[in-house]
Write a protein that binds this ligand. Structure first.
Ligand SMILES: Cc1cc2nc3c(=O)[nH]c(=O)nc-3n(C[C@H](O)[C@H](O)[C@H](O)COP(=O)(O)O)c2cc1C
Length: 376
C-alpha cells in the first residue's frame, strides 16, 4: 500500500535548502487555555500536550495561537510571545519536540475584536470578559462588535496598525530565539487579520479597506515584515479561512489570489486552509474532510501559476480523522499534507497509528523508542 502520508515533505525556504519534515501529518494548532495566571508563559500542560504529540509521530508539531501582544489574546489564559520572559518556556517545548526528531512550529496570532473572551473551558460563557474581571478593550478593522455576543471593538488607527505589525515582528524574533523551526501567521477564524480581509467585518474607507487590495494590506504588511526578520533558513507559514461561508463574505478565489502573490514573492511557503470564524457557523457543511475542497482550490490556483509543492506546501484540515482518508487526500493531489486537530486530542499517537494502518514497516514507524514494544 502507498503511504505518501509518511514520506518526508520539504517546506521551502528563501535560502533554497528547505526544512525537511519527516512526514506529512501535521498537528493543527489548538488553544489549551492552560497558562497559569495570565502571563502567557507555557506550562507543564503545554509540554505534556505537545510532547505527547511529538512522541506520537507527527512530523510537524504546531503550538496553539500565541499572542503577539497581550491585547491580542483570545482569552487571558492564552500563550504569548509578546515578552522576553516567555521565551525560555517556549524553548523548553521546542527542545522536547526536537528531541523526538520532529519539527516545531508556533502559530502567531492577534485575535483583534475576538480577543478578551472567556477561555473555552467547561463552565465559561462564550462572551467578552468584562474589564472588572480582567478583560480589556479590543481592536478591529472598524468600531463595533465582530460577532453579536461580543463587546464592541475599537477601530485601529494607522498608529495602531503599525503597532500590530511591529508586534508580529517582535514575536517572530522571539520565536526564533526559542528555536522554533516554523512560524505560522494566523490569518483565519475571524481573528484580526481575517477581520481585515473579510468584507463582513471590514468597511474601512482608507487604504486598508474596500477592494481586496485594501482588505489584504494588513496581511501583506505583516507577512513582509515577519519574513524580513525570520531567518532565510526557516519557512514561513500562514493559516487562512478559505471562505466565510457567506455570499457577502470572503470567497476562496480572493483568498487564493492573495496567497498566489505571497507565494510567488517567495514570502510564504506553507499554507494551511481552514475556514469560517466570522459567522454563527450555521451554514458550514461540517462533515468528513469538509474543508478539503478549499485546499484544492488553493492548490489549483497556485498550480496555474506554476507554483507547486516546491514553492509552497498546502495542507488540508478539518475532520480528517483516519489514515486512509488522509492518504486519499494526498494520493489524489488535493493537498500536500494534512493537519489533524481533534483526532490528535483523542489519540496523541494518531500519526504512529496511521503509519501502522498504512503498513509502514515496523522499523520505520514514527514511534518513540520507549513505546516501541507496544503493537497497534
Ligand atoms: C481545542 C481546540 C483548540 C483550537 N485552537 C486553535 C488555535 O489555537 N488556532 C487555530 O488556528 N485553530 C484552532 N482550532 C481549530 C483546529 O486547529 C482545527 O482547524 C479544527 O479543530 C478542525 O480540525 P479537526 O477536525 O481535525 O479538529 C482549535 C480546535 C480545537 C478543538
Amino acid at each position: 500500500m502507498s503511504h505518501l502520508l509518511f514520506t518526508p515533505v520539504t517546506l521551502p525556504t528563501p535560502d533554497g535548502h528547505g526544512l525537511e519534515v519527516g512526514n506529512r501529518a501535521f498537528v493543527a494548532p489548538m488553544c489549551q487555555y492552560a497558562v497559569d495566571d495570565t502571563d502567557g508563559v507555557p506550562t507543564d500542560w503545554h509540554l505534556s500536550h505537545l510532547g505527547a504529540l511529538a512522541a506520537g509521530g507527527f512530523g510537524l508539531v504546531v503550538a496553539e495561537a500565541t499572542a503577539v501582544e497581550a491585547r491580542g489574546r483570545i482569552s487571558p489564559r492564552d500563550l504569548g510571545l509578546w515578552d522576553h520572559d516567555q521565551i525560555p518556556a517556549h524553548a523548553r517545548l521546542v527542545d522536547f519536540i526536537h528531541g523526538q526528531g520532529r519539527a516545531a512550529g508556533v502559530q502567531l496570532a492577534h485575535a483583534g475584536g475576538k480577543a478578551s473572551t472567556w477561555p473555552m473551558l467547561p463552565g465559561f460563557p462564550g462572551t467578552t470578559v468584562p474589564a472588572a474581571e480582567g478583560g480589556w478593550q479590543t481592536v478591529s478593522a472598524v468600531d463595533g462588535p465582530v460577532l453579536p455576543d461580543l463587546d464592541p471593538a475599537e477601530e485601529l488607527t494607522q498608529e495602531g496598525i503599525d503597532r500590530v505589525v511591529a508586534s508580529f515582528v517582535e514575536a517572530t524574533r522571539r520565536a526564533d530565539a526559542a528555536d522554533y523551526d516554523v512560524v505560522q501567521i494566523h490569518a483565519a477564524h475571524g481573528y484580526l487579520i481575517h477581520q481585515f480581509l473579510s468584507p463582513l467585518t471590514n468597511t474601512r474607507t482608507d487604504g486598508y479597506g474596500g477592494e481586496l487590495a485594501g482588505r489584504s494590506r494588513l496581511l501583506r504588511e505583516v507577512v513582509a515584515a515577519v519574513r524580513a526578520v525570520w531567518p532565510d533558513s526557516k519557512p514561513l507559514g500562514i493559516r487562512v479561512s478559505g471562505t466565510d461561508w457567506d455570499e457577502d463574505g470572503l470567497q476562496v478565489e480572493e483568498v487564493a489570489s492573495v496567497l498566489r502573490d505571497l507565494v510567488a514573492a517567495g514570502q510564504v511557503s506553507w499554507i494551511d486552509v481552514s475556514s469560517g470564524g466570522l459567522t454563527d457557523g450555521s451554514t458550514i457543511p461540517v462533515g468528513p474532510g469538509y474543508q478539503v475542497p478549499l485546499a484544492v482550490a488553493v492548490t489549483e490556483a497556485l498550480a496555474e501559476e506554476g507554483l507547486g509543492e516546491d514553492a509552497a506546501v498546502v495542507s488540508a484540515v478539518g475532520l480528517i480523522e483516519d489514515a486512509l482518508q488522509a492518504e486519499t487526500v494526498l494520493a489524489t493531489g488535493q493537498a500536500h499534507a494534512v493537519s489533524v486537530g481533534r483526532a490528535a486530542l483523542v489519540n496523541p499517537h494518531w500519526a504512529a497509528k496511521a503509519a501502522a494502518d498504512l503498513r509502514v514497516p515496523r522499523s520505520e514507524l514514527p514511534r518513540a523508542p520507549q513505546f516501541f514494544r507496544a503493537r497497534f
